[in-house]
Design a protein around this ligand. Sequence first.
Ligand SMILES: Nc1ncnc2c1ncn2[C@@H]1O[C@H](COP(=O)(O)OP(=O)(O)O)[C@@H](O)[C@H]1O
Ligand SMILES: [Mg+2]
Length: 371
Amino acid sequence: MNGEWGLPSDTQDTFVSFDRVQKSYDGETLVVKDLNLDIGKGEFLTMLGPSGSGKTTCLMMLAGFETATHGEILLDSRPINNIPPHKRGIGMVFQNYALFPHMTVAENLSFPLEVRKIGKSEREAKVMRALDMVQMGDFGGRRPAQLSGGQQQRIALARALVFEPELVLMDEPLGALDKQLRETLQFEITKLAHRLGITVVYVTHDQTEALTMSDRVAVFDDGRIQQLDAPDVLYEQPQNSFVAQFIGENNTLTGRVAEMHADMCVVRLDDGELIDAVPVNVSAVGDRTQVSIRPERVEMNKDRLAPDAHTLKAEVLEFIYMGDIYRTRLRVAGHENFVVKTRNAPDQPRLKPGERIEIGWHPQDCRALDA
Ligand SMILES: Nc1ncnc2c1ncn2[C@@H]1O[C@H](COP(=O)(O)OP(=O)(O)O)[C@@H](O)[C@H]1O
Ligand SMILES: [Mg+2]
């Protein structure tokens, strides 16, 4: 898709604009291909995508460490090239903290303020406030080596915020931390960003992180935005097979469009069975398609489906008890990795391998995408 990714019409003013931006490092291959992206003031926007998809390159161009090969980046309606770096008001946080090891925590925080020629007493007040903001008020005298990874990352965050930037760029800032700490900081960062009203451009390859933290997520692949939407729209209405597979768990069945109606189509799966789907990325009878259905939207109780709904026969291959949910792996239409997730509740059966069942879904939960 070669999209123009503007802001939803009902939201805030545009603060950052990528306008037809392309980037090549070697003069041959484009690692960013025609990026058109508007980011709103105060928005938390995440660039999500596999390694090598061009996320860091976009961030580096925005920070001014790399220049676009083509196109323009605007900050608050001004071309970024015309704004000297110290006036860009951009804070940055990277995965590897990048604190100065020979300075104390307080000196690390004071540094960006000295660069901006802020007086001593004001510096001290701002440093204290920034440390308190990340709950590290008592650590000003320590050196980075005397802190845990999570504490260092809190300090890096405080240092990015201490000069009250309007825009903060974060590149996989939590990548080096363990799961529990990551989740705590995910929550703290979003809370802080919204409280301070700063615009955040956040880069991650972790889809859960992207979904839980962001106002909108731009899914990158191969130097292009594949889809840009709020987390729930991205998850529930993927626009193509890449996004459906990359975000969350997804079941895929392959076939051809057999009937095409205005907002519904019938797909003949490769084994001959028929199912109903929403035509998203198919246009005519005969088109190859991968249909996408989320594991928690599969219905194993026929009574909950429309009387005329198409259903499929399935064989239970594996049943996993996971506490809060049951995870059942099925053989469906020749596919052996079809997964169904059900709540652990008294009305949900605990199935056994070898059992034969019938499954179906509400047609609006099943999307016919590109093959
Ligand atoms: N400084 C560089 N010089 C040459 N190629 C680079 C440089 N930085 C990144 N690349 C290449 O550009 C592509 C995109 O990289 P990057 O923006 O780092 O992706 P991501 O952050 O999504 O992993 C990759 O193919 C990478 O190898
Ligand atoms: Mg990167």
